[in-house]
Structure formats: structure tokens, C-alpha cells
Design a protein around this ligand. Structure first.
Ligand code: GDP
Length: 422
């Protein structure tokens, strides 16, 4: 119908999180986009509704309200071939009554004649129209220019050099209980500072000798009634919390083990290049023997592979077991994520490791890595300068990553390696 095609176009520069994230149903999607140096997220509020007119209208209203609650601006997609439908009128009516920026996108404008037809959509009273053809891509560049315009004006939040933590995990694993065990009744003791997005609260704490910010996206949420909606909100919430954090405390339920949704959340953290500490919560409920933690840790690493250099703690929010340890571990990971290794130290060590086990030649060509340096970036990123960067394959990249991890402590932090021509 066009909406998914547009979604895919907007998110094609990045691998969309689509479908992979549990709770995001077939026709509701969430993905990342990047245009003119600006990162933003795209939400497809979902599907087409069949049923009686009443049901239909209800469903549309729900989707529009979801978009209004979740998004900074709204792309309202209409179809030039069908012209203005009754549903378009309903949506336009709702959109005219609120303050968020709305871009009226007229789709399927594949030729000049249709471009003239598209003018009828001015009558919806939503201002400028953006004609696109999501199949051939025309117009999407102009649309994206306009989309990022809104974000350009936003002043950059000044970054405090204080760790930002988010507690994430499936519903019921013990997120709120863990926050309460950690912060107790003294929540909000220090100051509330405004978050980077509208609907999350960043609260600064000073507890157990540490200064840190907890990102709280829960508790603000509306009264979704349908299970699917609740899950969708919960996924969006996790995504937000992850994006705004430095380190995530990812909670698992010891009794339930690792489920697909846990793996998706973990991958979200990894893909956003955030630090992570895994807490296996409700450990008080488990019958333990001497090998329990070891076995559990192994299972976690198997499921979360290949990123397995992660701290795993066995906690109980109920008995407060290892709750402070969890905070300390999160701070340790935060330090690791900020760490910078001197170039000389890096080269002394890695060039030797490379000499001991050089990259395999490719089609008779020798690959020579000459120089390594850590780039200035938010997360640990290393650039390897070499003659034939394109021929360095994943297994060798993993070897180098492991070497870096063996020597320098980057536990809990995804690291990136780039290979550049020198
Ligand atoms: P959330 O949805 O992830 O925030 O989970 P909650 O914190 O609301 O906890 C869900 C349920 O698990 C509640 O009934 C808690 O009392 C219980 N719970 C949470 N942590 C623990 C724990 O460490 N041990 C036990 N036995 N129960 C827990």
C-alpha cells in the first residue's frame, strides 16, 4: 500500500529493527534513519484495518493518537490515486487540532499528471504537500530535508559527565523492583533534570558514593488496553531508554530463562553501542548448586554471542542481593566505555599480535596492517590502517577484537573496528 515501502526507504540506510524486535507486530515497525548528519527514529504506527466502519474509524483514531504521543513530528501519508478518502478527512481533522508538526505526504506521484492531481490535498488544510513516489524514490530526498529541519533547530543538550543508566528488560522481570531496591524511597532526592526527549525523566542521584543519572521512561505511559498495544509501548520505551543511556542494566528473570525478546533487547543495546550489565534477577527463587551461576552464565553467553565480554550478576531485588554490586559494575562499564588507549601502547601490543598471527592472504595478496589508533568517538572505536582493508574478513576482525579485550578491559562495551587504506 505504500506506507511500508516509504518506511523501508526512510530506514534503508540503517538496518531497521523491524520484526526482529518482539512486540513489534507485522504492521507496526520501528527503525532508524539518518539524513544530513541527523539521526532519527521512524515509527510506522501500523496496519490497515478491516471491519465495520465504526471499528475502522476507532482503529485509525488509535493509530493517530499513538503517533501523536510517541513522535516529534508526523508524516501523514495519503494516496494520490485514491484521492481524498473519508479516512483522510478524519485523520486530517485530528491533526489540525494539535500542535505537532505534520508533513502531508502524497504518495504514488509517479508522473507529472499525478503531480497536478496531488494539489487537491491542499484542501485538507495541513499546509504544504510533499509529493513522493515511494516505489521510484522521487521526492523522498526533499521530504527527508524537511523532516530533519525540525531537529536541526533543537539546541544540543549539554552533556554532563555523569553516567546515564537505563534499566531494561521484558515486562515482569523485576525492573521496578530493582530500581526500588537500589534507590529506595529516596527516589528523586537530588534534582530532576530534563531529558533529551519529551517523555523520559532523567533523575540525578548521589548514592553509595556515586553520582549517576537514571533514565526513567516508565510510569508516564497512558492506559493502553490491548495487550498488543502494551507490548508495543513497552518496546518503544525500552528503545528510548537504551538510546538515551550510556550503560544498560539488562534484567533477566532467573526462573524464566532467556527468551527471544531478551535476545532482541540485548541486540538493541549492542547495536546502539551502549554498555551492558546483565542481571539475572529473582535469583532467590532458584534452587542452587555449586555450578548454577557458571552454567547460567554459559547459557547467556551462548545466546548472546558473539558479544560475550559482558558482566553477569545474579541478583535479587527482593533480598537486595548484589544490588549495589550491580550499580558498581555499571559504573565500571561506563568507565570502560569512555576509556582511551594511547596509540603507542596500542601499536606496541597489537602489531606484535598481528605479526604472530597475520591476516590470511587473499588471492595471493598479502595484507599488511601498519598502524592502529583509537578514534575520538563516544564508544571505543579502533582504526586499523592497512594496504587492502577490503580483504580482512570477519574471523580476523574477531581475533583482533579479542586481542584488544584480552589486554585492555572493555568488559560490557561493544567495540568497533574500522579498516582503512593507508
Ligand atoms: P517489571 O515489570 O520488570 O518492572 O517487574 P516488577 O519489578 O514489577 O516485578 C514483577 C514481579 O516480580 C513482582 O511481583 C515482584 O515482586 C517480583 N520480583 C521482582 N524482583 C524479584 C526478585 O528478585 N525476587 C522475587 N522473588 N520476586 C521478584
Amino acid at each position: 500500500m505504500g506506507k511500508s515501502t516509504l518506511f523501508n526507504r526512510l530506514t534503508e540506510t540503517r538496518k531497521a529493527i523491524v520484526n526482529e524486535t518482539a512486540g513489534v507486530t507485522r504492521d507496526r515497525q520501528y527503525g532508524k534513519s539518518f539524513w544530513n548528519g541527523i539521526d532519527f527514529s521512524v515509527i510506522d504506527t501500523g496496519g490497515y484495518v478491516v471491519g465495520s466502519d465504526d471499528l475502522f474509524e476507532d482503529e485509525i483514531r488509535k493509530q493517530v493518537h499513538l503517533a501523536l504521543e510517541e513522535a516529534d513530528q508526523i508524516l501523514f501519508l495519503v494516496d494520490v490515486k485514491t484521492g481524498i478518502t473519508e479516512m483522510d478527512e478524519i485523520v486530517a481533522h485530528i491533526l489540525r487540532q494539535q500542535d505537532k508538526k505534520v508533513l502531508l505526504v502524497v504518495n504514488k506521484v509517479d508522473n507529472h499528471k499525478l503531480r497536478l492531481d496531488a494539489a487537491e490535498f491542499y484542501s485538507l488544510g495541513l499546509g504544504e504537500i510533499y509529493c513522493i513516489s515511494s516505489t521510484n524514490g522521487s521526492g523522498t530526498g526533499d521530504l527527508l530535508d524537511e523532516v530533519v529541519e525540525l531537529f536541526k533547530d533543537k539546541p544540543q543538550e549539554e552533556e554532563l559527565d555523569i553516567p546515564k543508566f537505563a534499566i531494561v528488560g521484558r515486562p515482569n522481570v523485576g525492573k521496578s523492583s530493582t530500581v526500588n531496591a537500589l534507590l529506595g524511597e529516596e527516589r528523586h532526592i537530588v534534582t530532576d533534570i530534563s531529558g533529551t526527549t519529551r517523555d523520559s525523566i532523567h533523575t540525578r542521584y548521589n548514592k553509595f558514593g556515586h553520582d549517576f543519572i537514571m533514565i526513567d521512561t516508565a510510569g508516564l505511559r497512558k492506559k493502553a488496553k490491548v495487550k498488543e498495544d502494551i507490548e508495543f509501548y513497552s518496546v518503544l520505551r525500552s528503545v528510548r531508554a537504551i538510546e538515551e543511556s550510556d550503560v544498560c542494566l539488562m534484567i533477566l528473570d532467573a526462573e524464566r530463562g532467556i527468551e527471544a525478546q531478551d535476545v532482541s533487547i540485548f541486540h538493541l543495546i549492542e547495536r546502539n553501542k551502549k554498555g551492558v550489565v546483565v542481571l539475572v534477577n529473582k535469583w532467590d527463587l532458584i534452587e542452587k548448586d555449586t555450578h548454577s551461576t557458571k552454567k547460567y552464565t554459559e547459557t547467556i553467553k551462548e545466546r548472546f554471542a558473539p558479544f560475550i565480554d559482558i558482566p553477569v550478576l545474579f541478583t535479587s531485588a527482593t533480598t537486595r542481593q548484589r544490588i549495589i554490586k550491580a550499580l558498581e559494575e555499571a559504573i565500571h562499564v561506563y568507565e570502560n566505555r569512555k576509556k582511551r588507549i594511547a596509540t603507542s601502547q596500542l601499536n606496541d601490543y597489537l602489531l606484535e599480535a598481528i605479526e604472530a598471527y597475520p591476516p590470511p592472504a587473499w588471492k595471493g595478496k598479502y595484507i599488511k596492517i601498519k598502524y592502529v589508533t583509537q578514534l575520538h568517538s563516544q564508544t571505543p572505536t579502533f582504526a586499523f590502517y592497512c594496504n587492502l582493508p577490503q580483504y580482512i574478513k570477519d574471523p580476523y576482525k574477531r581475533y583482533l577484537e579479542n586481542k584488544i579485550r584480552e589486554r585492555f578491559d572493555f568488559t560490557g562495551v561493544p567495540i568497533q573496528l574500522y579498516f582503512r587504506k593507508k
